[in-house]
Design a protein around this ligand. Sequence first.
Ligand SMILES: Nc1nc2c(ncn2[C@@H]2O[C@H](COP(=O)(O)OP(=O)(O)OP(=O)(O)O)[C@@H](O)[C@H]2O)c(=O)[nH]1
Ligand SMILES: [Mg+2]
Length: 293
Amino acid sequence: MTIRWYPGHMGKALEKMSEAIRKIDVVIEVLDARLPSSSSNHQLQEIRRNKPCIKVLNKNDLADPIVTKAWVRNFEEESGVHALPLSAKQLSETKQLIKLCQRLAPNRGRPGWPLRAMVFGIPNVGKSTLINTLAGKGLAKVGDKPAITTCAQKIDLHNGIILSDTPGLLWPDMSDQEVAYRLATSGAIGASALDYTCVGLFAAEFMMRRYPQLLEERYKFSEMPETPTALLETIGRRLGCLVSGGGIDIHRAAEAFLRELRAGKIGRVSLEEPGDVADVSEDVILEGESAQV
Ligand SMILES: Nc1nc2c(ncn2[C@@H]2O[C@H](COP(=O)(O)OP(=O)(O)OP(=O)(O)O)[C@@H](O)[C@H]2O)c(=O)[nH]1
Ligand SMILES: [Mg+2]
């Protein structure tokens, strides 16, 4: 199944952000540390102009630490870019972001001369959570599904810094379905735009190839199932995703598996490494398509 998700508010928000960025001193792009390349929106890169940019690799607590180190090295090679892995819920980690903003805009952050930073990124990467942690209160709405924030909002941290929270934005074409499936696996795509069986099979194939030991530890297999479908069936049986008569409800099994993976219950997992290309064969996506008919 082809994944495409571009709700109406996203195009309008991009235009407004493109205008608002003129009066911004530092841009904070929030990426998902589990998929730092796929979670980077090229349209946001275009509107940022030459503003100093910090790339926050958020949800670091869920990502594979070795892979995250490789990503940070990779980003730091880009000129004018600073990469910072963190967990938005951890105040001590988010404080480093403030220091970095102050370093990048040393003439700002004084009374009457605030440092203005825009926080942008794709949906569900933790932009509003990060702002709330820094503000010390829940001023921005957060939620465990994409497109929670639909309007920009300015939040004064009362330390000389004003942050703009913005709606998570994707791009209209989604021609790279490999990227779309990684985004869907992470939880950045609205549930209405995806088929859980297809995405679950994609994620199952990936996990069997990259993190078989984590699957074995979590689900206590005596033997690794041979195919992604067999893996979802085994997990479905373990988690009680059954239809009447005792068969496996593959759709519910896929949904439950994705829920566990996204919450970090299977372990710390990165969905891509620097230099990854065409990692999962189209066959897996097609297999999912036929599984639903
Ligand atoms: N494990 C973990 N979860 C996080 C972290 N940051 C945010 N979350 C969770 O991710 C989900 C999305 O967080 P939000 O702050 O609403 O994300 P957002 O980027 O503002 O999303 P939109 O407004 O939809 O664009 C929530 O369930 C948060 O609790 C983190 O560092 N680690
Ligand atoms: Mg938000």
